[in-house]
Design a protein around this ligand. Structure first.
Ligand code: ATP
Length: 302
């Protein structure tokens, strides 16, 4: 991360609701000016994590830093970088028109960029004079996104923003968000559990399982470092790396390996074995299965 403070850094972050630990000892750093996909099953702790980063929920223990400054409930201790959160229920006033919502955004935010909010609505053809209660679920999501973008946050947290969007709009919205990030000093963290439709959603990944981060990193690097090897039945893979998954049938074995150095797909494969890269869906599902099967054990092969 080249000496720059991370956009968001968590240190030993935990949150308990009564007897339920929603987050357990989470430590990670998210780079600035990226779209980060926060992925996890229902109940993995995504909303809890986003609310703590936004300062709307207190952690039970641990620290969150936003651009190097501690974030506490209610906001940064010294009025640091702006963080905006778009919660799952996307609060809009049903009787307000879309234009009214923008006026509301202007009056409730210290910084307001009307041009940016309008241009987002224009891109998705959302009518400005329609009452929010008469918009479709997808259009309401676009209005909430426009208001969030208008507040020019340094970190924009989006809790399941794609849930109400059709597949085409989902691709368009994520594409436009990537463009906003490229044009501006902004980091987007976007939560989703739609693993099957993740491709292109983010360029950095934070995968949560049962309140713990199980995989984090640049998506391209993660894909490059994983390989699926298939060959004759064997207890160990034919090369070095961490075994993320091993599957055996009577005569055949398949290993998903994580290799530290060169792109795994270009690795020399032992005779009788074939290597193929894995897809993003496979990467996520493999790590989630491994975490569920043996939460803190990963076998390293020298
Ligand atoms: N207010 C609350 N009181 C008690 N338990 C809660 C509360 N909020 C969340 N939890 C529990 O904490 C855990 C994490 O919940 P959270 O909503 O953060 O997960 P999530 O990954 O956002 O889930 P989803 O994808 O379903 O929105 C779950 O077990 C949930 O039941």
């Amino acid at each position: 991360m080249s000496g720059e403070p991370a956009a968001v850094e968590a240190r030993d972050l935990s949150r308990r609701y009564g007897a339920v630990w929603a987050l357990r000892e989470c430590s990670f750093a998210l780079p600035a000016n990226r779209v980060v996909a926060l992925v996890g099953a229902n109940g993995a702790g995504k909303s809890t994590l986003l609310s703590i980063i936004a300062g709307t929920l207190a952690a039970t223990s641990g620290t969150v830093l936003v651009h190097g400054r501690p974030m506490v409930r209610g906001g940064s201790v010294d009025g640091g970088s702006r963080v905006a959160i778009l919660a799952q229920d996307k609060p809009l006033y049903r009787d307000f028109t879309v234009s009214d919502m923008l006026r509301f955004g202007r009056s409730t935010n210290r910084v307001w960029d009307q041009r940016r909010a309008l241009s987002w609505l224009d891109r998705f053809a959302v009518p400005l004079d329609r009452r929010c209660g008469k918009l479709s679920g997808g259009q309401r999501a676009q209005v909430a996104l426009a208001v969030a973008l208008g507040s020019r946050p340094a970190v924009l947290l989006l809790d399941e923003p794609l849930a109400n969007l059709d597949p085409l709009a989902r691709v368009e919205v994520t594409g436009e968000l990537l463009a906003e990030v490229a044009d501006d000093d902004m980091t987007v963290v976007l939560s989703t559990h739609i693993v099957a439709e993740l491709s292109g959603v983010g360029d950095h990944l934070l995968l949560l399982d049962a309140g713990r981060p199980v995989l984090t990193g640049d998506v391209e690097e993660l894909l490059d470092s994983h390989v699926r090897l298939t060959g004759p039945r064997a207890d160990q893979p034919p090369g070095p790396g961490v075994v993320v998954q091993a599957q055996h049938t009577g005569r055949q074995s398949t290993f998903v390996l994580r290799r530290p150095a060169a792109p795994a797909a270009h690795a020399v494969v032992a005779p009788g074995w074939t290597a193929r890269p894995i897809t993003l869906d496979e990467l996520i599902l493999t790590h989630l299965r491994a975490s569920a099967a043996a939460p803190h054990e990963r076998k390293a092969v020298a």
